[in-house]
Design a protein around this ligand. Structure first.
Ligand code: F6P
Length: 546
Protein backbone atom coordinates (compact mmCIF):
# COMPACT_ATOMS: atom_id res chain seq x y z
CA UNK A 1 0.00 0.00 0.00
CA UNK A 2 1.24 3.47 -0.79
CA UNK A 3 1.95 6.15 1.77
CA UNK A 4 -0.95 8.19 0.43
CA UNK A 5 -3.40 5.29 0.91
CA UNK A 6 -2.20 5.01 4.49
CA UNK A 7 -2.52 8.74 5.08
CA UNK A 8 -6.02 8.68 3.58
CA UNK A 9 -6.97 5.92 6.03
CA UNK A 10 -5.54 7.89 8.97
CA UNK A 11 -7.31 11.05 7.78
CA UNK A 12 -10.65 9.23 7.62
CA UNK A 13 -10.16 7.96 11.16
CA UNK A 14 -9.15 11.39 12.41
CA UNK A 15 -12.24 12.94 10.79
CA UNK A 16 -14.46 10.43 12.58
CA UNK A 17 -12.68 11.16 15.87
CA UNK A 18 -13.19 14.92 15.42
CA UNK A 19 -16.94 14.53 14.83
CA UNK A 20 -19.20 15.69 17.68
CA UNK A 21 -20.00 12.86 20.07
CA UNK A 22 -17.17 10.63 18.85
CA UNK A 23 -16.32 9.67 22.43
CA UNK A 24 -19.90 8.73 23.36
CA UNK A 25 -20.63 5.09 24.05
CA UNK A 26 -24.14 5.01 25.53
CA UNK A 27 -25.86 6.06 22.27
CA UNK A 28 -24.17 3.14 20.51
CA UNK A 29 -25.85 0.71 22.91
CA UNK A 30 -29.15 2.55 22.50
CA UNK A 31 -28.89 2.29 18.72
CA UNK A 32 -27.96 -1.39 18.63
CA UNK A 33 -29.34 -3.92 21.12
CA UNK A 34 -26.98 -6.47 19.57
CA UNK A 35 -23.87 -4.38 20.28
CA UNK A 36 -22.41 -6.82 22.80
CA UNK A 37 -22.58 -9.70 20.32
CA UNK A 38 -21.25 -7.58 17.47
CA UNK A 39 -18.29 -6.28 19.45
CA UNK A 40 -17.37 -9.45 21.37
CA UNK A 41 -15.14 -12.01 19.75
CA UNK A 42 -13.63 -15.28 20.91
CA UNK A 43 -10.25 -16.83 20.26
CA UNK A 44 -8.08 -19.49 21.89
CA UNK A 45 -10.64 -19.88 24.66
CA UNK A 46 -10.77 -16.16 25.58
CA UNK A 47 -13.56 -13.68 25.03
CA UNK A 48 -12.76 -10.06 24.18
CA UNK A 49 -15.58 -7.56 24.67
CA UNK A 50 -14.97 -4.14 23.09
CA UNK A 51 -18.57 -3.01 23.16
CA UNK A 52 -17.95 -0.57 26.04
CA UNK A 53 -15.84 1.69 23.80
CA UNK A 54 -16.93 4.35 21.35
CA UNK A 55 -15.84 2.25 18.38
CA UNK A 56 -18.97 2.48 16.25
CA UNK A 57 -19.54 0.28 13.18
CA UNK A 58 -18.28 3.17 11.06
CA UNK A 59 -15.17 3.64 13.18
CA UNK A 60 -14.60 -0.11 13.11
CA UNK A 61 -14.69 -0.07 9.31
CA UNK A 62 -12.21 2.82 9.21
CA UNK A 63 -9.91 1.02 11.65
CA UNK A 64 -9.98 -2.15 9.57
CA UNK A 65 -9.18 -0.09 6.46
CA UNK A 66 -6.24 1.38 8.32
CA UNK A 67 -5.00 -2.12 9.14
CA UNK A 68 -5.20 -3.00 5.45
CA UNK A 69 -3.47 0.23 4.42
CA UNK A 70 -0.69 -0.36 6.97
CA UNK A 71 -0.30 -3.91 5.61
CA UNK A 72 -0.65 -5.53 9.01
CA UNK A 73 -1.20 -8.93 7.42
CA UNK A 74 1.87 -8.61 5.18
CA UNK A 75 4.06 -7.59 8.12
CA UNK A 76 2.62 -10.46 10.16
CA UNK A 77 3.67 -12.83 7.36
CA UNK A 78 7.22 -11.41 7.43
CA UNK A 79 7.41 -12.05 11.18
CA UNK A 80 5.93 -15.56 11.02
CA UNK A 81 8.20 -16.68 8.19
CA UNK A 82 11.38 -15.52 9.91
CA UNK A 83 11.94 -12.35 7.86
CA UNK A 84 13.68 -9.33 9.36
CA UNK A 85 10.89 -8.07 11.62
CA UNK A 86 13.46 -6.16 13.71
CA UNK A 87 15.39 -4.19 11.08
CA UNK A 88 17.40 -1.93 13.41
CA UNK A 89 19.04 -5.01 14.90
CA UNK A 90 18.86 -7.02 11.67
CA UNK A 91 16.94 -9.82 13.37
CA UNK A 92 13.85 -11.92 12.98
CA UNK A 93 11.25 -12.05 15.77
CA UNK A 94 10.33 -15.70 15.97
CA UNK A 95 9.01 -16.09 19.51
CA UNK A 96 6.02 -17.91 17.99
CA UNK A 97 8.41 -20.67 16.86
CA UNK A 98 9.20 -21.38 20.52
CA UNK A 99 5.69 -22.61 21.19
CA UNK A 100 4.85 -24.49 18.00
CA UNK A 101 6.29 -25.51 14.67
CA UNK A 102 5.53 -22.61 12.36
CA UNK A 103 4.97 -23.57 8.74
CA UNK A 104 7.56 -21.72 6.67
CA UNK A 105 9.78 -20.77 9.62
CA UNK A 106 13.54 -21.13 9.04
CA UNK A 107 15.40 -24.35 9.83
CA UNK A 108 17.23 -22.81 12.80
CA UNK A 109 13.92 -22.95 14.70
CA UNK A 110 14.78 -26.61 15.14
CA UNK A 111 17.54 -25.46 17.55
CA UNK A 112 14.86 -23.93 19.73
CA UNK A 113 12.97 -27.20 19.76
CA UNK A 114 16.20 -29.02 20.67
CA UNK A 115 16.77 -26.66 23.63
CA UNK A 116 13.20 -27.26 24.71
CA UNK A 117 13.89 -31.01 24.69
CA UNK A 118 17.03 -30.44 26.82
CA UNK A 119 15.04 -28.30 29.26
CA UNK A 120 12.47 -31.05 29.55
CA UNK A 121 15.12 -33.68 30.24
CA UNK A 122 16.91 -31.43 32.76
CA UNK A 123 13.62 -30.71 34.54
CA UNK A 124 12.79 -34.40 34.79
CA UNK A 125 16.28 -35.27 36.01
CA UNK A 126 16.20 -32.60 38.71
CA UNK A 127 12.72 -33.71 39.80
CA UNK A 128 13.81 -37.35 39.98
CA UNK A 129 16.69 -36.26 42.23
CA UNK A 130 19.34 -37.45 39.78
CA UNK A 131 20.82 -33.98 39.60
CA UNK A 132 21.57 -32.85 43.14
CA UNK A 133 23.46 -30.17 45.02
CA UNK A 134 27.04 -30.37 46.26
CA UNK A 135 25.94 -31.87 49.59
CA UNK A 136 23.91 -34.56 47.80
CA UNK A 137 20.57 -33.01 48.75
CA UNK A 138 17.71 -32.77 46.29
CA UNK A 139 16.89 -29.35 44.93
CA UNK A 140 13.57 -28.02 46.20
CA UNK A 141 14.00 -24.33 45.30
CA UNK A 142 14.87 -22.59 42.05
CA UNK A 143 16.32 -19.08 42.31
CA UNK A 144 16.04 -17.12 39.04
CA UNK A 145 18.41 -14.15 38.79
CA UNK A 146 17.49 -11.82 35.93
CA UNK A 147 15.94 -8.47 35.16
CA UNK A 148 13.49 -7.04 32.62
CA UNK A 149 12.37 -9.74 30.22
CA UNK A 150 14.59 -12.25 32.01
CA UNK A 151 12.56 -11.70 35.18
CA UNK A 152 9.14 -10.14 34.61
CA UNK A 153 7.62 -12.96 32.54
CA UNK A 154 8.82 -15.79 34.81
CA UNK A 155 7.79 -13.82 37.92
CA UNK A 156 4.36 -13.02 36.53
CA UNK A 157 3.62 -16.58 35.39
CA UNK A 158 5.13 -18.07 38.55
CA UNK A 159 2.92 -15.91 40.77
CA UNK A 160 -0.11 -16.76 38.63
CA UNK A 161 0.29 -20.52 38.50
CA UNK A 162 2.49 -21.79 41.31
CA UNK A 163 0.65 -23.75 44.03
CA UNK A 164 1.86 -25.31 47.26
CA UNK A 165 2.84 -28.89 46.47
CA UNK A 166 4.30 -28.06 43.04
CA UNK A 167 7.67 -29.67 42.30
CA UNK A 168 9.93 -26.76 43.29
CA UNK A 169 9.53 -23.37 44.93
CA UNK A 170 10.34 -20.43 42.61
CA UNK A 171 12.20 -17.41 44.02
CA UNK A 172 13.17 -14.43 41.87
CA UNK A 173 15.93 -11.92 42.28
CA UNK A 174 15.57 -9.02 39.87
CA UNK A 175 16.53 -5.63 41.21
CA UNK A 176 20.18 -4.94 41.96
CA UNK A 177 19.10 -3.37 45.25
CA UNK A 178 20.81 -5.37 48.01
CA UNK A 179 17.59 -5.14 50.01
CA UNK A 180 16.06 -7.47 47.42
CA UNK A 181 18.71 -10.07 48.17
CA UNK A 182 18.27 -9.51 51.91
CA UNK A 183 14.55 -10.21 51.45
CA UNK A 184 14.95 -13.52 49.63
CA UNK A 185 17.97 -14.75 51.59
CA UNK A 186 15.97 -16.02 54.60
CA UNK A 187 13.83 -18.10 52.21
CA UNK A 188 16.82 -20.00 50.86
CA UNK A 189 18.73 -23.07 51.95
CA UNK A 190 21.84 -23.07 49.76
CA UNK A 191 22.15 -26.88 49.89
CA UNK A 192 18.76 -27.27 48.21
CA UNK A 193 18.83 -24.26 45.88
CA UNK A 194 19.38 -24.41 42.14
CA UNK A 195 20.40 -21.00 40.77
CA UNK A 196 19.54 -19.93 37.23
CA UNK A 197 21.38 -16.89 35.91
CA UNK A 198 18.95 -15.63 33.29
CA UNK A 199 20.41 -13.08 30.93
CA UNK A 200 20.23 -13.00 27.17
CA UNK A 201 23.42 -10.94 26.93
CA UNK A 202 25.05 -12.14 30.16
CA UNK A 203 26.43 -8.60 30.49
CA UNK A 204 23.51 -6.85 32.21
CA UNK A 205 25.09 -4.95 35.09
CA UNK A 206 22.40 -5.63 37.68
CA UNK A 207 22.06 -9.34 36.90
CA UNK A 208 25.80 -9.92 36.91
CA UNK A 209 26.19 -8.06 40.22
CA UNK A 210 23.46 -10.22 41.77
CA UNK A 211 24.95 -13.37 40.23
CA UNK A 212 28.35 -12.58 41.78
CA UNK A 213 26.68 -11.95 45.15
CA UNK A 214 24.81 -15.26 45.02
CA UNK A 215 27.91 -17.12 43.85
CA UNK A 216 29.85 -15.82 46.88
CA UNK A 217 27.02 -16.91 49.16
CA UNK A 218 26.85 -20.34 47.54
CA UNK A 219 30.63 -20.80 47.76
CA UNK A 220 30.54 -19.80 51.42
CA UNK A 221 27.68 -22.26 52.02
CA UNK A 222 28.72 -25.41 50.09
CA UNK A 223 32.38 -24.69 49.40
CA UNK A 224 34.04 -23.22 46.30
CA UNK A 225 34.41 -26.62 44.63
CA UNK A 226 30.76 -27.52 45.03
CA UNK A 227 29.11 -24.23 44.09
CA UNK A 228 29.10 -24.88 40.35
CA UNK A 229 26.76 -27.86 40.90
CA UNK A 230 24.14 -25.30 41.93
CA UNK A 231 24.31 -23.06 38.85
CA UNK A 232 22.86 -23.04 35.36
CA UNK A 233 22.65 -20.22 32.82
CA UNK A 234 19.93 -19.16 30.39
CA UNK A 235 21.70 -17.10 27.80
CA UNK A 236 22.82 -16.53 24.21
CA UNK A 237 26.38 -15.72 25.38
CA UNK A 238 28.33 -18.99 25.72
CA UNK A 239 31.66 -17.19 26.19
CA UNK A 240 30.69 -15.18 29.25
CA UNK A 241 28.71 -18.01 30.84
CA UNK A 242 31.91 -20.11 30.66
CA UNK A 243 33.96 -17.24 32.13
CA UNK A 244 31.49 -17.10 35.01
CA UNK A 245 32.19 -20.76 35.69
CA UNK A 246 29.06 -22.39 34.29
CA UNK A 247 29.71 -25.64 32.45
CA UNK A 248 28.48 -25.78 28.82
CA UNK A 249 26.05 -28.61 29.64
CA UNK A 250 24.44 -26.30 32.19
CA UNK A 251 23.87 -23.50 29.67
CA UNK A 252 20.45 -23.40 28.03
CA UNK A 253 20.82 -21.14 25.03
CA UNK A 254 18.29 -19.28 23.00
CA UNK A 255 18.47 -17.42 19.75
CA UNK A 256 19.05 -13.70 19.16
CA UNK A 257 15.65 -13.58 17.46
CA UNK A 258 13.98 -13.99 20.84
CA UNK A 259 13.49 -10.49 22.27
CA UNK A 260 13.84 -10.14 26.05
CA UNK A 261 10.20 -9.27 26.66
CA UNK A 262 9.07 -12.15 24.42
CA UNK A 263 11.44 -14.68 25.99
CA UNK A 264 9.52 -16.47 28.72
CA UNK A 265 8.75 -19.23 26.19
CA UNK A 266 12.46 -19.88 25.65
CA UNK A 267 14.98 -21.22 28.15
CA UNK A 268 14.22 -18.06 30.15
CA UNK A 269 11.12 -20.05 31.20
CA UNK A 270 13.23 -22.82 32.79
CA UNK A 271 12.38 -21.66 36.33
CA UNK A 272 8.72 -22.17 35.37
CA UNK A 273 9.28 -25.67 34.02
CA UNK A 274 11.18 -26.59 37.18
CA UNK A 275 8.70 -25.04 39.61
CA UNK A 276 5.38 -25.85 37.91
CA UNK A 277 6.37 -29.13 36.30
CA UNK A 278 6.90 -29.76 32.59
CA UNK A 279 3.29 -30.53 31.70
CA UNK A 280 2.04 -27.20 32.98
CA UNK A 281 4.88 -25.33 31.26
CA UNK A 282 3.95 -27.15 28.05
CA UNK A 283 0.28 -26.16 28.55
CA UNK A 284 1.41 -22.52 28.82
CA UNK A 285 3.20 -22.89 25.47
CA UNK A 286 0.13 -24.62 24.02
CA UNK A 287 -2.14 -21.77 25.08
CA UNK A 288 0.18 -19.24 23.45
CA UNK A 289 0.36 -21.42 20.33
CA UNK A 290 -3.45 -21.49 20.17
CA UNK A 291 -3.49 -17.68 20.24
CA UNK A 292 -0.74 -17.66 17.57
CA UNK A 293 -2.93 -19.77 15.29
CA UNK A 294 -5.88 -17.48 15.91
CA UNK A 295 -3.73 -14.41 15.18
CA UNK A 296 -2.33 -15.95 11.98
CA UNK A 297 -5.60 -17.39 10.69
CA UNK A 298 -8.66 -15.46 11.90
CA UNK A 299 -9.99 -12.73 9.61
CA UNK A 300 -9.16 -9.26 10.86
CA UNK A 301 -12.72 -8.48 11.93
CA UNK A 302 -12.61 -11.48 14.30
CA UNK A 303 -8.94 -11.37 15.21
CA UNK A 304 -8.53 -10.59 18.91
CA UNK A 305 -5.00 -9.13 18.88
CA UNK A 306 -5.74 -7.00 15.82
CA UNK A 307 -9.04 -5.76 17.24
CA UNK A 308 -7.43 -4.96 20.58
CA UNK A 309 -4.69 -3.00 18.78
CA UNK A 310 -7.20 -1.12 16.62
CA UNK A 311 -9.21 -0.17 19.70
CA UNK A 312 -6.03 1.27 21.20
CA UNK A 313 -5.40 3.22 17.99
CA UNK A 314 -8.86 4.74 18.33
CA UNK A 315 -8.18 5.72 21.93
CA UNK A 316 -4.65 7.06 21.45
CA UNK A 317 -4.75 8.59 17.99
CA UNK A 318 -8.46 9.28 17.64
CA UNK A 319 -9.45 10.46 21.09
CA UNK A 320 -6.03 11.45 22.46
CA UNK A 321 -6.22 9.03 25.43
CA UNK A 322 -2.60 8.08 25.96
CA UNK A 323 -2.79 6.24 29.27
CA UNK A 324 -4.29 2.82 29.93
CA UNK A 325 -5.03 0.94 33.13
CA UNK A 326 -4.91 -2.86 33.36
CA UNK A 327 -7.03 -4.39 36.11
CA UNK A 328 -6.87 -8.16 36.45
CA UNK A 329 -9.65 -9.29 38.79
CA UNK A 330 -7.50 -12.15 40.00
CA UNK A 331 -4.86 -11.68 42.67
CA UNK A 332 -2.74 -14.35 41.02
CA UNK A 333 -2.26 -11.96 38.08
CA UNK A 334 -0.84 -9.21 40.30
CA UNK A 335 2.40 -8.99 38.29
CA UNK A 336 0.64 -8.92 34.90
CA UNK A 337 0.55 -5.10 34.77
CA UNK A 338 4.32 -5.00 35.37
CA UNK A 339 4.91 -7.54 32.58
CA UNK A 340 2.68 -5.56 30.22
CA UNK A 341 4.47 -2.34 31.12
CA UNK A 342 7.70 -3.77 29.75
CA UNK A 343 6.05 -5.57 26.85
CA UNK A 344 4.14 -2.49 25.69
CA UNK A 345 6.25 0.47 26.76
CA UNK A 346 9.65 -0.97 25.84
CA UNK A 347 8.21 -2.11 22.50
CA UNK A 348 6.10 0.90 21.57
CA UNK A 349 7.89 3.81 23.25
CA UNK A 350 9.36 4.94 19.93
CA UNK A 351 9.49 8.34 18.23
CA UNK A 352 10.83 7.40 14.81
CA UNK A 353 9.51 5.05 12.17
CA UNK A 354 11.28 1.95 10.87
CA UNK A 355 12.71 4.27 8.18
CA UNK A 356 14.11 6.61 10.84
CA UNK A 357 11.61 9.42 10.20
CA UNK A 358 9.79 11.16 13.06
CA UNK A 359 6.45 9.48 13.71
CA UNK A 360 3.52 11.66 12.78
CA UNK A 361 1.30 10.45 15.58
CA UNK A 362 1.43 9.47 19.23
CA UNK A 363 2.71 5.97 19.85
CA UNK A 364 2.69 3.75 22.96
CA UNK A 365 0.36 4.39 25.88
CA UNK A 366 1.53 4.76 29.45
CA UNK A 367 0.38 1.50 31.07
CA UNK A 368 -0.26 1.03 34.75
CA UNK A 369 -2.36 -1.28 36.84
CA UNK A 370 -3.13 -3.29 39.93
CA UNK A 371 -5.43 -6.20 40.63
CA UNK A 372 -9.07 -5.43 41.31
CA UNK A 373 -10.58 -4.87 43.77
CA UNK A 374 -7.50 -3.31 45.38
CA UNK A 375 -7.21 -0.87 42.45
CA UNK A 376 -10.69 0.45 43.18
CA UNK A 377 -9.39 1.80 46.47
CA UNK A 378 -6.38 3.51 44.93
CA UNK A 379 -6.41 4.99 41.42
CA UNK A 380 -9.94 4.30 40.17
CA UNK A 381 -11.17 7.66 41.49
CA UNK A 382 -9.14 9.33 38.73
CA UNK A 383 -10.45 6.89 36.14
CA UNK A 384 -14.09 7.58 37.10
CA UNK A 385 -13.97 11.33 37.67
CA UNK A 386 -10.59 12.63 36.48
CA UNK A 387 -10.56 15.35 33.85
CA UNK A 388 -9.71 12.94 31.02
CA UNK A 389 -10.87 9.34 30.51
CA UNK A 390 -8.36 6.53 30.99
CA UNK A 391 -9.26 3.40 28.98
CA UNK A 392 -9.22 0.25 31.09
CA UNK A 393 -8.55 -3.41 30.35
CA UNK A 394 -10.62 -5.49 32.76
CA UNK A 395 -9.47 -9.10 32.99
CA UNK A 396 -12.05 -11.39 34.59
CA UNK A 397 -11.86 -15.07 35.42
CA UNK A 398 -15.19 -16.91 35.51
CA UNK A 399 -14.25 -19.81 37.80
CA UNK A 400 -11.79 -19.60 40.68
CA UNK A 401 -9.53 -22.36 41.95
CA UNK A 402 -10.72 -22.04 45.52
CA UNK A 403 -13.95 -22.83 47.28
CA UNK A 404 -14.69 -19.38 48.73
CA UNK A 405 -17.68 -18.79 46.51
CA UNK A 406 -18.85 -15.60 48.17
CA UNK A 407 -15.45 -13.94 47.78
CA UNK A 408 -15.41 -14.80 44.11
CA UNK A 409 -18.91 -13.45 43.59
CA UNK A 410 -17.91 -10.17 45.22
CA UNK A 411 -14.73 -10.01 43.16
CA UNK A 412 -16.50 -10.61 39.83
CA UNK A 413 -19.41 -8.34 40.69
CA UNK A 414 -16.99 -5.52 41.40
CA UNK A 415 -15.15 -6.01 38.13
CA UNK A 416 -18.38 -5.96 36.16
CA UNK A 417 -19.68 -3.02 38.18
CA UNK A 418 -16.58 -0.89 37.59
CA UNK A 419 -16.91 -1.29 33.83
CA UNK A 420 -20.64 -0.62 34.04
CA UNK A 421 -20.12 2.49 36.15
CA UNK A 422 -17.52 3.86 33.75
CA UNK A 423 -19.99 3.40 30.90
CA UNK A 424 -23.24 4.49 32.54
CA UNK A 425 -22.02 7.28 34.81
CA UNK A 426 -24.48 9.16 36.99
CA UNK A 427 -25.85 12.51 35.90
CA UNK A 428 -26.79 15.55 37.99
CA UNK A 429 -30.52 14.72 38.11
CA UNK A 430 -29.87 11.18 39.29
CA UNK A 431 -27.42 12.39 41.93
CA UNK A 432 -29.86 15.08 43.16
CA UNK A 433 -32.69 12.58 43.29
CA UNK A 434 -30.61 10.13 45.34
CA UNK A 435 -29.63 12.88 47.75
CA UNK A 436 -33.22 14.08 48.11
CA UNK A 437 -34.34 10.53 48.89
CA UNK A 438 -31.62 10.35 51.53
CA UNK A 439 -33.04 13.53 53.12
CA UNK A 440 -30.45 16.12 52.03
CA UNK A 441 -31.57 19.76 51.89
CA UNK A 442 -31.55 21.66 48.58
CA UNK A 443 -28.54 23.83 49.48
CA UNK A 444 -26.44 20.75 50.24
CA UNK A 445 -27.65 19.11 47.05
CA UNK A 446 -26.67 22.14 44.96
CA UNK A 447 -23.26 22.31 46.62
CA UNK A 448 -22.41 18.59 46.27
CA UNK A 449 -23.97 17.57 42.96
CA UNK A 450 -20.97 18.62 40.81
CA UNK A 451 -18.68 16.51 42.97
CA UNK A 452 -20.91 13.47 42.83
CA UNK A 453 -21.58 13.41 39.10
CA UNK A 454 -19.93 10.60 37.12
CA UNK A 455 -19.57 11.65 33.48
CA UNK A 456 -19.91 8.10 32.08
CA UNK A 457 -19.01 7.18 28.49
CA UNK A 458 -15.60 6.12 29.80
CA UNK A 459 -14.16 3.28 27.72
CA UNK A 460 -13.08 -0.18 28.78
CA UNK A 461 -12.51 -3.56 27.21
CA UNK A 462 -13.06 -6.80 29.07
CA UNK A 463 -11.14 -10.02 28.55
CA UNK A 464 -12.91 -13.01 30.06
CA UNK A 465 -11.08 -16.25 30.89
CA UNK A 466 -13.07 -19.39 31.75
CA UNK A 467 -10.48 -20.02 34.48
CA UNK A 468 -6.88 -19.12 35.09
CA UNK A 469 -4.73 -22.07 34.08
CA UNK A 470 -1.50 -22.48 32.10
CA UNK A 471 -3.34 -22.70 28.78
CA UNK A 472 -5.50 -19.59 29.22
CA UNK A 473 -2.59 -17.61 30.68
CA UNK A 474 -0.42 -18.54 27.70
CA UNK A 475 -3.19 -17.38 25.37
CA UNK A 476 -3.63 -14.13 27.32
CA UNK A 477 0.07 -13.23 27.20
CA UNK A 478 0.27 -14.07 23.48
CA UNK A 479 -2.82 -11.89 22.89
CA UNK A 480 -0.94 -8.90 24.27
CA UNK A 481 2.27 -9.81 22.42
CA UNK A 482 0.44 -9.83 19.09
CA UNK A 483 -1.42 -6.67 19.98
CA UNK A 484 1.97 -5.01 20.48
CA UNK A 485 3.20 -6.32 17.13
CA UNK A 486 0.06 -5.03 15.40
CA UNK A 487 0.42 -1.58 16.94
CA UNK A 488 4.03 -1.47 15.73
CA UNK A 489 2.82 -2.34 12.23
CA UNK A 490 0.08 0.31 12.33
CA UNK A 491 2.42 3.06 13.52
CA UNK A 492 5.26 1.92 11.25
CA UNK A 493 7.67 1.57 14.18
CA UNK A 494 9.92 -1.30 15.23
CA UNK A 495 8.46 -2.93 18.36
CA UNK A 496 11.42 -5.29 18.77
CA UNK A 497 14.31 -2.97 19.62
CA UNK A 498 14.91 -0.94 22.80
CA UNK A 499 17.70 1.55 22.17
CA UNK A 500 16.11 3.89 24.69
CA UNK A 501 17.42 1.88 27.63
CA UNK A 502 21.06 2.17 26.56
CA UNK A 503 22.04 5.72 27.51
CA UNK A 504 21.19 5.33 31.18
CA UNK A 505 23.23 2.10 31.30
CA UNK A 506 26.25 3.87 29.79
CA UNK A 507 26.02 6.85 32.14
CA UNK A 508 25.73 4.58 35.20
CA UNK A 509 29.25 3.19 34.72
CA UNK A 510 31.29 6.34 35.56
CA UNK A 511 28.85 7.08 38.38
CA UNK A 512 29.50 3.64 39.90
CA UNK A 513 33.23 4.46 39.84
CA UNK A 514 32.66 7.91 41.31
CA UNK A 515 30.51 6.49 44.11
CA UNK A 516 33.19 3.91 44.82
CA UNK A 517 36.02 6.42 44.81
CA UNK A 518 33.95 9.01 46.63
CA UNK A 519 35.02 7.85 50.02
CA UNK A 520 38.64 8.40 48.96
CA UNK A 521 38.00 11.81 47.38
CA UNK A 522 36.72 13.03 43.99
CA UNK A 523 37.54 10.87 40.97
CA UNK A 524 37.66 13.79 38.60
CA UNK A 525 35.56 11.96 35.95
CA UNK A 526 33.04 14.79 36.25
CA UNK A 527 31.29 16.00 33.12
CA UNK A 528 27.89 15.84 34.79
CA UNK A 529 25.20 18.47 34.61
CA UNK A 530 25.02 20.68 37.69
CA UNK A 531 22.06 18.79 39.15
CA UNK A 532 23.66 15.35 38.88
CA UNK A 533 26.98 16.68 40.20
CA UNK A 534 25.17 18.36 43.12
CA UNK A 535 23.20 15.22 43.99
CA UNK A 536 26.31 13.05 43.77
CA UNK A 537 28.18 15.38 46.10
CA UNK A 538 25.27 15.35 48.54
CA UNK A 539 25.07 11.53 48.51
CA UNK A 540 28.81 11.31 49.19
CA UNK A 541 28.51 13.87 51.99
CA UNK A 542 25.67 11.86 53.61
CA UNK A 543 27.58 8.61 53.20
CA UNK A 544 30.65 10.13 54.86
CA UNK A 545 28.65 10.97 57.97
CA UNK A 546 28.95 8.50 60.83
O1 F6P B 1 15.92 -3.23 29.88
C1 F6P B 1 16.61 -3.50 28.73
C2 F6P B 1 16.80 -4.96 28.48
O2 F6P B 1 17.67 -5.11 27.41
C3 F6P B 1 15.50 -5.71 28.23
O3 F6P B 1 15.06 -5.64 26.93
C4 F6P B 1 15.85 -7.08 28.67
O4 F6P B 1 14.72 -7.84 28.89
C5 F6P B 1 16.62 -6.78 29.93
O5 F6P B 1 17.37 -5.63 29.61
C6 F6P B 1 17.53 -7.87 30.41
O6 F6P B 1 18.51 -8.19 29.47
P1 F6P B 1 19.37 -9.51 29.58
O7 F6P B 1 18.45 -10.67 29.47
O8 F6P B 1 20.35 -9.45 28.46
O9 F6P B 1 20.06 -9.50 30.92
Amino acid sequence: MSDSTLETAWARLERLAAAPGAEEIRPLFAADPGRFAAFSQRGAGLLLDRSKTSVSPEVQAALLDLAVAADVEGKREVMASGGIANPTEGRAALHMALRSQLPGAPAECADAQATLARMREFTATVHRGEIRGATNQRFDTVLNIGIGGSDLGPVMVGRALWRAGDPMRPIHLGNVDGHGWETVLPLLDARRTLVLVASKTFTTQETMANARLVKQWMEASVGPAGASAHFAALSTNMKDTAAFGIAPDRVFPFQDWVGGRFSLWSSIGLSLALSLGWDRFQALLDGAAAMDRHFLEAPMEENLPILLALTEIWHINGLGLRRRAVLPYDERLRRLPAHLQQLEMESLGKRVTVAGMPVRRSTGAVVFGEPGTSAQHSFMQLVHQGAKPVPVDFILVAKPDHTHAENHRILLANGLAQAEALLAGRNAEEVAEDMRRAGADEATIARLVPHKVFPGDRPSVTILLPRLDPFTLGALIALYEHKVFTLGALWGINPFDQWGVELGKVLANPLVRELEAGARGPTGEGGHDASTAGLLAEVLRLQAQP
